[in-house]
Design a protein around this ligand. Structure first.
Ligand SMILES: *Cc1c(COP(=O)(O)O)cnc(C)c1O
Length: 370
């Protein structure tokens, strides 16, 4: 039996082990651990890559969102509209910035539904915060139109979307700013936690720069209440190595998505993500390959019995379903969708044969010929 784990964490190190070890030695011998040149270099390269004026390394994307919302001037009790199909981190960032997260329905592409955003706007709404989920960027024209009409700011949860584009503009650059995650299993992963904020707004840039380092300005004067949320210089050095190879990573992930699509598009019991190049407006980078499946739990068990790891995002619960946190929204579309969601393996360890095998087992589960 072929074994196809959902994600193999050790591979992200072993794939380029010699270069990583050399980087650790180099950074270590220089004693360059906090806010050093490697971080500034990586920030410069990252900003260039997404086409933003500024990038700021932070401890993780959750902090990045929190700092962005504070830099945007969110006030106590301000409402922030989010998609319910996102990580709790999105809502938690709003909560800890003093705001009230308002989860809304996602649409058929699993991303924030702009019609639901429009319905959720109240007099207290200040920000709309789409999650650029699974490596795809929302229809940002529709969201920008609602934001403009209602005087709202846009902040993007681009944790899963580095390099994803909508109408040739990168995720993270549509509004005041966006946060990107470098969690190991993310498309660009480091060896622990890491994140970045990208922005074109120099005021937001200066604010986030202060807030990530105890509220200290360049002279070391404390001018605001800040956090300790710096991206480690060592992680930045590792990430800079990874970023140089990132275009090839995107290409490979899109190739895997095409292979899945070729093999599975005629399987009626499942709904696949759009194949790469389906729409000229979207350039997807396939952080995840999230399908909708009839008899989802049975399929997951069948795949497991055949050595294939899958994952149900967020432990199977949308944000509004987290009753312990006091959410009361009624979102029937998302509720129904969450009974069918399943992520097939999508990572750099997969061979073409692995993708064929996974597809064949999916087809076999539904009784199709190989
Ligand atoms: C991973 C993720 C986050 C959190 O990123 P961290 O760097 O782990 O804080 C937030 N939102 C989404 C959609 C994510 O996938």
């Amino acid at each position: 039996m072929q074994l196809v784990p959902f994600f193999k964490y050790s591979d992200i190190f072993s794939v380029n082990e010699d270069a990583f070890v050399a980087t650790v030695r180099d950074v270590g011998r220089r004693g360059a651990f906090i806010l050093q040149g490697d971080l500034r270099e990586f920030e410069r390269h990252l900003a260039e890559f997404v086409g933003a004026k500024f990038a700021i390394g932070v401890a993780n994307a959750t902090d990045g969102l929190h700092l962005l919302l504070r830099a945007a001037g969110l006030q106590l009790g301000d409402e922030v509209i989010i998609s319910s199909h996102t990580m709790i981190a999105t809502a938690a960032a709003v909560h800890f910035a003093g705001g009230v997260p308002v989860p809304v329905e996602c649409g058929a592409d699993h991303l924030m539904d702009s019609r639901a955003v429009r319905r959720a706007v109240t007099a207290r709404t200040r920000v709309v915060m789409p999650t650029q989920l699974n490596g795809r960027t929302c229809d940002m024209d529709a969201i920008a139109e609602i934001a403009d009409e209602n005087g709202l700011s846009i902040v993007e949860d681009a944790a899963q979307a580095l390099g994803s584009r909508y109408k040739d503009q990168s995720a993270g650059t549509f509004g005041l700013g966006g946060a990107i995650s470098f969690y190991p299993a993310k498309v660009l992963g480091c060896f622990g936690d890491g994140g970045a904020v990208v922005t074109n707004d120099s005021t937001i840039y200066r604010q986030v720069l202060l807030l990530r380092d105890h509220g200290r300005d360049e002279q070391g004067n404390v001018v605001a209440w800040g956090l300790n949320s710096r991206l480690d210089n060592l992680q930045a050095a590792i990430l800079d190595l990874q970023l140089a190879k990132y275009p090839g990573v995107i290409q490979r992930r899109r190739r895997i998505a095409s292979l899945y699509y070729e093999r599975l598009c005629e399987t009626r019991e499942i709904v696949l993500p759009p194949a790469p190049d389906t729409s000229p407006d979207h350039f997807d980078i396939f952080q995840n390959y999230e399908i909708e499946a009839e008899y989802r739990d049975g399929l997951q068990q069948y795949l497991k019995d055949h050595g294939i790891g899958t994952l149900i995002q967020w432990g199977g619960l949308a944000v509004h379903q987290l009753k312990a946190l006091g959410f009361t929204q009624d979102l029937p579309y998302t509720d129904s969708l969450f009974t069918r969601l399943l992520m097939l393996p999508m990572n750099m360890s997969l061979s073409d044969e692995d993708v064929t095998y996974v597809s064949d087992i999916v087809r076999a589960f539904y009784g199709y010929a190989q």
